[in-house]
Write a new protein. Structure first.
Length: 335
């Protein structure tokens, strides 16, 4: 670091001291924290942490500290009932309802029920002035998501998946692949539940194939959670996997180059379909989009959705895949 250069720290939060203390109390009611951890968590100096702790004690809250001689921890009783109410501004509430609207396809599932419970608790603590604007806040938001999958009949399955994911318990799935009449049995270590294009997918390690596999939740017929615990490998990362794949289908990452006509070129300057996307503009107004992705079947479906606006440049395997699909689609129209 250069002499005189300021050390870059965590960006300061914008909430007031009262809001910070309320957040601190909620954190302390869930786990023990050291002075250093609180300073990092709330982006304040250590001396300010001591002042906030003193304020909490002065107000009569049962704050305790450990007797550890190395680094003491402070904590409130687990699920302490004397926590300050959660207050939201109309704009924060609007953002919350926007997030909820994007998950409307989960109605009838335990996730939606939990979300409704959280929203009811938030609304119960709202000031009258905000409550009066609640209907207008809800109407100011609209979400159009199609196609929508119906998970209302998967409540028992999702309850078991949630249990297996949180407790890290090996599970046996009865899973029916497309086109098959009988569901097969799969022993899986469930790693993560992935939300992709209004669909839920279970990502887990399959004992049979000894590799990561993706299971569409709508095709899971039953879940049996066992008492066998497992550990997720430190090398596993949903984020890193998402950078490698175009969607949810497995496949080695390959260099993909697609040319899009000038009519739709603006969309690739304004939107990003993949983290590795790079866009090069041509003199005629067209653009060449380059990505390093796996799962070419999903890439082919995406290219086909653009019709004549898109032309695959590489790899050759993707060109052949798209060309074959186009010929097959044209066949019924030749007569």
């Amino acid at each position: 670091m250069k002499a005189g250069a300021k050390k870059k720290g965590r960006r300061a939060k914008s909430y007031s001291q009262a809001e910070r203390i309320a957040r601190m109390m909620r954190a302390l009611a869930s786990r023990g924290m050291t002075i250093r951890e609180m300073a990092e968590e709330f982006a304040i100096e250590r001396r300010q942490v001591y002042r906030d702790i003193a304020r909490i004690e002065e107000e009569g809250h049962p704050l305790t500290q450990s007797q550890d001689t190395n680094e003491r921890t402070w904590q409130l009783p687990l699920n302490y009932k004397g926590l300050p109410p959660i207050t939201l501004s109309p704009y924060e509430l609007m953002s919350l309802y926007l997030a909820k609207s994007h998950l409307a396809f989960l109605k009838g599932t335990p996730f939606w029920e939990d979300l409704e419970s959280v929203m009811a608790k938030v609304e119960a603590g709202l000031p009258v002035r905000t409550t009066n604007h609640l209907e207008r806040i809800v109407r100011a938001l609209a979400t159009l998501a199609r196609p929508v999958r119906d998970y209302s009949k998967k409540k028992a399955i999702l309850l078991n998946l949630r249990k297996a994911l949180l407790l890290q318990r090996q599970s046996r799935l009865l899973y029916q692949k497309p086109g098959e009449q009988i569901a097969g049995s799969y022993v899986v270590d469930p790693y993560s539940l992935v939300l992709y294009q209004s669909g839920l997918y279970l990502l887990g390690y399959s004992e049979a194939t000894r590799a990561l596999r993706t299971f569409a939740v709508e095709r899971i017929r039953r879940v049996y959670v066992t008492d066998e615990a497992f550990a997720i490998p430190p090398s596993f990362s949903v984020e890193e996997r998402a950078k490698r794949l175009f969607g949810v289908m497995e496949g080695p990452a390959q260099r993909v180059r697609i040319r899009f006509r000038p009519d739709v070129a603006y969309m690739f300057k304004e939107r990003k379909w993949h983290p590795t996307q790079r866009v090069k503009a041509n003199k005629n107004g067209s653009v060449v989009v380059t990505m390093d992705v796996g799962g070419l079947e999903e890439v082919a479906s995406w290219v086909l959705s653009w019709g004549p606006q898109a032309t695959v440049l590489e790899p050759p395997s993707l060109r052949r895949l798209v060309a074959n699909e186009m010929r097959a689609a044209l066949r019924p129209y030749r007569s």
